[in-house]
Design a protein around this ligand. Structure first.
Ligand code: ATP
Ligand code: ATP
Ligand code: MG
Ligand code: MG
Ligand code: MG
Ligand code: MG
Ligand code: MG
Length: 281
C-alpha cells in the first residue's frame, strides 16, 4: 500500500462507516496509580496433564513462564516488576497478554523438547488489570500472591508426597489434609517422608520476581543514580518541558539496556524493596 491505506474504498463510503470509530473509548486509567496486569494460564490444570507436567511442580514449566516474563520485560520498558507463581504472572503497567503468550509458545520447545505442542491444545492466557493507588496497596498485592504461593506449594508438596511416595489415593490424601495448618503439613513431610520443607527449592516456595538490574546497583541510598531517582530530581510533574521529554527518553533507553533478572526471594519484607528502590519509584 503506497500512500493511502484506504485506496480501495471511496471517501464517501468511508465517511459513512467511520462513525463507529467514536465507539472506541480512550482507556482512561487513573493517574498516579499502579497498574497490575495479572496473567493466568487458561485451563492449565488440563494443559499440564495433557503435556505431562511433573507433579507437584514442573521446573521446566516454571522456567518457561520466567523466560516469557523476561522477554515481556525486555519488550516493554515501561514495566517495573513482574512476579510469577504456577501458571500466573502479575505485571505492572500495560502488559500485553499476547506478548507473553507469543513468547511462551515460541520458547516452549526449548523447555519441553520431547513434548511438542499440538494445535488442538495451545497454551493461552487471560489477563486482568487492577489499579492500586498506593505503594502499600501494591506491595500488599504482591505479598498476597507470595503468601498464596507458599500455601499452595506446601499443600501440593505434601499432597503429592502422600500420593506418590505414601501410596495413598488422591481422595484419602485430600481428606487427611482437610483442615490441617502449616505445621501439620510440615510434620507429615518430615515424619513420613524425611523432608524438611525449608530445603525445598526457593523457586517453588517463593515464586519468581523479575526486575531490571541497573549497573550502578547498589546500597539502598544510592537513589540518585537510578533512572527514576534522576526523574524525581530533574522533572517537574506539572509542566512537561523539552528537557523533561529528552530526560524521559534517556530513561527509557536506560531501562531498555538494563539487565532483566529473576530472583526467588522474600518480597513481603522491606529488604527486597529497600535494596532496589528504583523498582517502585
Ligand atoms: P498499532 O500498533 O498502533 O496498531 P500498526 O503498525 O499495527 O500500529 P495499524 O494502523 O494497525 O498500524 O495498521 C496495520 C498495518 O500493518 C497496515 O498499515 C499495514 O502496513 C500492515 N499490514 C497489516 N496486515 C497486512 C497484510 N496482510 N499485508 C501487508 N501489510 C499488512
Ligand atoms: P483457569 O483457566 O480458571 O485459570 P486453571 O486450570 O489454569 O484454570 P489455575 O487455578 O490457574 O487453574 O491453576 C493452574 C494449574 O496448572 C495448577 O493447579 C496446576 O495443576 C497446573 N500447573 C501450573 N504450573 C505448573 C507447574 N509448573 N507444574 C505442575 N503443574 C502446574
Ligand atoms: Mg490496526
Ligand atoms: Mg495495529
Ligand atoms: Mg486460576
Ligand atoms: Mg490458570
Ligand atoms: Mg493460576
Amino acid at each position: 500500500m503506497a500512500n493511502s491505506k484506504y485506496t480501495p474504498v471511496s471517501v464517501d463510503r468511508f465517511a459513512l462507516y467511520e462513525y463507529v470509530k467514536s465507539f472506541e473509548q480512550t482507556d482512561i486509567l487513573l493517574p498516579a496509580t499502579w497498574i497490575v496486569v495479572r496473567i493466568d494460564g487458561r485451563g492449565f490444570h488440563k494443559l499440564s496433564r495433557k503435556y505431562r507436567f511433573e507433579k507437584p511442580t514442573d521446573r521446566r514449566a516454571l522456567e518457561l513462564m520466567n523466560a516469557a516474563a523476561i522477554e515481556v520485560m525486555k519488550e516493554l520498558p515501561d514495566l517495573n516488576v513482574a512476579y510469577g507463581v504456577s501458571d500466573e504472572y502479575s505485571k505492572l503497567v500495560s502488559t500485553i497478554v499476547s506478548t507473553f503468550t507469543a513468547c511462551y509458545i515460541y520458547k516452549w520447545q526449548s523447555f519441553f523438547p520431547s513434548t511438542p505442542l499440538e494445535p488442538s491444545h495451545l497454551p493461552t492466557f487471560d489477563g486482568r488489570a487492577v489499579l492500586y493507588p498506593s505503594i502499600k496497596n501494591l506491595r500488599d498485592y504482591l505479598s498476597w500472591r507470595q503468601v498464596d504461593c507458599h500455601i499452595n506449594n506446601l499443600y501440593n508438596t505434601t499432597y503429592w508426597m502422600m500420593v506418590q511416595r505414601g501410596g495413598m489415593s488422591p481422595t484419602d490424601a485430600e481428606k487427611e489434609l482437610q483442615g490441617t495448618v502449616s505445621s501439620d503439613k510440615n510434620e507429615i513431610l518430615f515424619k513420613r517422608f524425611g523432608i524438611n520443607y525449608n530445603n525445598e527449592p526457593e523457586m517453588y516456595k517463593k515464586g519468581s520476581v523479575v526486575y531490571r538490574q541497573f549497573q550502578f546497583e547498589s546500597p539502598a541510598n544510592d537513589r540518585a543514580d537510578s533512572p527514576q531517582g534522576k526523574q524525581g530530581e530533574d522533572m517537574g510533574y506539572d509542566l512537561e518541558s523539552e528537557t523533561s521529554r529528552t530526560q524521559r527518553e534517556k530513561q527509557r533507553k536506560l531501562r531498555r539496556k538494563a539487565n532483566v533478572v529473576v530472583e526467588h526471594v522474600d518480597i513481603i519484607k522491606d529488604d527486597f524493596w529497600k535494596g532496589r528502590p528504583w523498582i517502585l519509584s
